[in-house]
Design a protein around this ligand. Structure first.
Ligand code: TXA
Ligand code: MG
Length: 307
């Protein structure tokens, strides 16, 4: 596993069995979920979890999401308040991470809806802590190749399941005074959650309660210019909807799901061209547009605010 590409394997049964063994032995495995690729470790092994922070160069104050197979597995490690249980029953398996209690701590948990992730959880028989499988501050990976580019041989094994279905991270929900608050918009749009939970609150601003909310994150090397109508000289144009002069188009037919699935891979491809800037056309803010625009604002934020 020393050469750079040798640690990518198609996620067949034998690769998943090997991945499970690596996890149980305290190693790191990158694997696809329906949102983005995760960098997984045995959540019950402190040294393995520490290795995630080292590989990503992630600040220690930024906690990880714990992935479990189902509600029963979740209940073995955390305690659900009624509002959290209600949301879990409605949206799991799926792209929703819930902040729940684990002893004195608060832990984000989710049940992924992706068969490779589920098969890995079943084989490993441990909860898997997994942030997105990118170096801290970079764009999240939606293919195995993105993981290799970002983390290389810091990962013991990368399970290749092809491009992820949704392409944007999970929606993260916390609770204040028993009421759900939106900590990070994501693949499940606000309206879907509000249709069962009522209006979502805003997090209190005294602390950075969810560091995915840091100003600069999900950032390419190139500058990003938002709400562009055309490309200036030296720029590339990331379009949305019918457009002329597009270098790439998130969705020519103006479909937000398609745009979400394409966003990170297209930002990476445009970044590789080393343009003066990536000019991005306006994206409507409804539905998945809220999460897409959240990621684009962070990609465009000044790098002095980068974390
Ligand atoms: O879709 C996803 O959520 C992917 C896949 C792999 O599951 N994971 C992911 O993890 O995006 P990560 O670590 O890149 O982002 C997790 C977000 C961060 O903004 C983190 O700060 C927040 O969730 N978070 C995790 N645990 C938390 C906690 N205990 N309290 C507050 N925020 C938390
Ligand atoms: Mg991340």
């Amino acid at each position: 596993m020393n050469t750079v590409a040798a640690n990518i394997r198609a996620a067949d049964a034998s690769a998943i069995a090997d991945a499970a063994k690596i996890l149980r032995d305290g190693g790191l495995v990158a694997f696809p979920t329906e949102t983005v690729y995760g960098l997984g470790a045995d959540a019950t092994n402190d040294r393995a979890v520490a290795a995630i922070f080292a590989a990503k160069e992630r600040p220690r104050f930024n906690p990880l999401i714990v992935h479990v197979a189902d509600m029963e597995a979740a209940k073995r490690i955390v305690v659900f308040m009624p509002a959290a249980r209600w949301l879990a029953e409605r949206f799991w398996p799926g792209a929703l991470s819930l902040l729940v209690s684990a002893g004195l701590d608060t832990v984000a948990v989710r049940v992924p809806d992706e068969s490779i992730a589920q098969n890995l959880l079943a084989a490993a028989e441990v909860p898997i802590a997994a942030p997105s499988a990118n170096a801290s501050g970079e764009i999240s990976p939606t293919t195995a190749e993105h993981v290799r580019q970002s983390l290389g041989d810091k990962v013991d094994l990368i399970l290749d399941g092809g491009p992820t279905r949704l392409g944007l991270e999970s929606t993260v929900i916390g609770f204040e005074h028993g009421k759900p608050v939106l900590l990070r918009p994501g693949s499940i749009p606000r309206v879907k959650i509000e249709s069962v939970a009522g209006p979502l609150g805003h997090p209190a601003y005294d602390t950075i309660s969810s560091p995915g909310q840091l100003a600069s994150h999900y950032a390419p090397d190139a500058k990003v210019r938002l709400n562009a109508l055309s490309a200036a000289p030296g720029e590339v144009l990331l379009a949305f909807g019918p457009a002329t002069g597009a270098t790439l188009n998130l969705s020519p037919k103006g479909d937000l799901e398609e745009a979400a699935a394409n966003l990170f891979a297209m930002l990476r491809r445009l970044d590789a061209e080393e343009p003066r800037a990536i000019a991005v056309m306006p994206i409507p803010d409804h539905g998945l547009g809220e999460a897409i625009n959240d990621r684009l604002r962070r990609a465009a934020a000044p790098r002095s605010l980068r974390a």
